[in-house]
Design a binder for this molecule. Structure first.
Ligand SMILES: [Zn+2]
Ligand SMILES: [Zn+2]
Ligand SMILES: [Zn+2]
Length: 250
């Protein structure tokens, strides 16, 4: 896919082979400092050094969108750790909440949002977000590593990022470089298809203090795949708690 140019984002290549759907490894740089994003198999110390030289920057941080091995190869991670002892290595599992870093005076956010994997992190820099392997606009995932309520909460956390941070994102790109969207409406990316179960006032979440609306997620088989028992057919849009629209069905 032909990617547009993003200011401050330097693509080292797609790894391991440069084939379609391979993973992009990036240097996010400003004013002489850089963060390396994605440590896939095939990335080498030499390649990173050459990119740093080309961009004219020094390496301050190293991180990855999540710890699936196609994104974070433990051997490459360790080799880079030896080669760049002064850089700070931020394992995605160690990131929590919204972590704000500074790269040459520019803010960079690591937003924790487990949805496709237990340690998904979205990286935001200069108005662009790299969303890792997080599937946009749906609750479903290629795997079931993350419980459904946590996925709902992560999508809500992501949707709320601009309001929490006061920062605007205009473009998103996926880790596999197969999805790039410019001039996006951020919060729309994290809404899942759903319908109103028509339960009236009873259609409110019963978790203490939540009262979120109960909705039917319009993704066939999602509730069953997530391991919810029979009868559960609605979810709280706010906290992700499962419920049932028909009290007799339980
Ligand atoms: Zn993955
Ligand atoms: Zn992947
Ligand atoms: Zn709720």
């Amino acid at each position: 896919m032909d990617l547009p140019h993003f200011d401050g984002w330097h693509l080292l290549g797609a790894f391991p082979d440069g084939a379609p759907d391979d993973i992009g490894s990036w240097l996010l740089a400003h004013d002489g400092e850089a963060l390396l994003l994605e440590v896939p198999p095939g990335l080498t110390v030499r390649g990173v050094r050459a990119a740093l030289k080309r961009v004219g920057t020094k390496l301050r941080f190293v991180t990855a969108s999540h710890s699936h091995e196609d994104h974070l190869d433990p051997e490459v991670w360790a080799a880079l750790g030896k080669a760049f002892p002064k850089a700070e290595f931020l394992h995605p599992a160690s990131v929590s909440g919204d972590r704000r870093l500074t790269i040459g005076g520019e803010p960079l956010w690591l937003v924790k949002a487990p949805k496709h994997s237990a340690d998904d992190v979205v990286t935001v820099f200069r108005g662009v977000a790299m969303t890792g392997d997080i599937e946009l606009g749906m609750l479903g995932s290629v795997n079931d590593e993350v419980p459904l309520p946590i996925r709902v909460q992560s999508l809500n956390r992501l949707a709320g990022f601009p309001d929490r941070s006061g920062y605007r994102v205009h473009t998103v790109v996926s880790a596999h470089l197969n999805d790039c969207r410019v001039s996006i409406r951020w919060s729309e990316l994290f809404r899942f298809p759903r319908s109103d179960p028509g339960m009236g006032r009873r259609g409110q979440c019963r978790s203490y203090g939540c009262w979120g609306p109960l909705v039917v997620p319009d993704e066939p088989g999602l509730m069953a795949a997530a391991g919810f028992g029979t009868g559960f057919d609605v979810l709280c849009e706010n906290c992700g708690s499962p419920d049932w629209s028909n009290p007799r069905a339980k």
